[in-house]
Write a protein of this length. Structure first.
Length: 199
């Protein structure tokens, strides 16, 4: 979603019409056409005007920008706007720790994974170990088969990198060539052949 579309969405959400909003951001009376140009993408507001718009609309300036996800804040804003465009697509959840005993293998929880109570448990567990943070991590599943396929392939190559099956250079090569390097989704044959993922 571009800046103009975001501006229009938030302006309407706040209940302002274009003429009133033009006055509120200091463009003066009879400047509604200029607001319309910003919202259509015909004109791009200066950084100073964008900050003024955000202040009037009582929102984070990032909420109006064309973010690329190059910082954590931009990535979150990108996900927020994707959720606005595709309601119900993203599902966040907290994972639960599954303790593991050092000498006796899995904990009692894990040994009874086949009983009726465990089968009705809808929690997602992670193993207690050095590769996980001290706090419970958050997970995210995406209700989109195509994107899930891309994510599964990404996971596959991340695992290859972790297990030293591929080098960091090959991993980077896969990323910069994506989607042409992905399994069965490229529109041309990649110059470098990648083995097909099994996930």
């Amino acid at each position: 979603m571009k800046t103009g579309e975001k501006l229009k969405r938030i302006r309407k959400f706040r209940g302002y019409n274009q003429p009133d909003f033009a006055v509120m951001i200091g463009l003066g009376e009879n400047a509604a056409p200029r607001v319309a140009q910003y919202e259509s993408g015909y004109r791009v507001p200066s950084p100073k005007l964008l900050n003024t718009m955000a202040e009037v609309l009582d929102c984070n300036p990032l909420a109006l920008m064309d973010v690329t996800g190059q910082s954590v804040e931009e990535l979150m804003m990108l996900l927020f706007w994707l959720e606005e465009e595709h309601p119900g697509m993203f599902h966040a959840f907290e994972m639960h720790r599954l303790k593991q005993k050092a000498r006796h293998g899995l904990s009692q929880e894990a040994h009874h994974s086949d009983d009726t109570e465990s089968q009705t448990d809808s929690n997602v567990y992670y193993r207690d170990g050095d590769n996980w943070p001290a706090h419970a991590p958050c997970g995210l599943w995406i209700d989109n088969p195509l994107l899930n396929g891309f994510m599964r392939e990404w996971l596959y190559h991340q695992q290859e990198l972790k297990e030293n099956v591929i080098t960091r250079e090959k991993y980077f090569e896969w990323k910069i060539g994506w989607p042409y390097t992905c399994d069965e989704c490229g529109k041309r044959k990649p110059a470098k052949q990648w083995r097909r993922s099994e996930v």
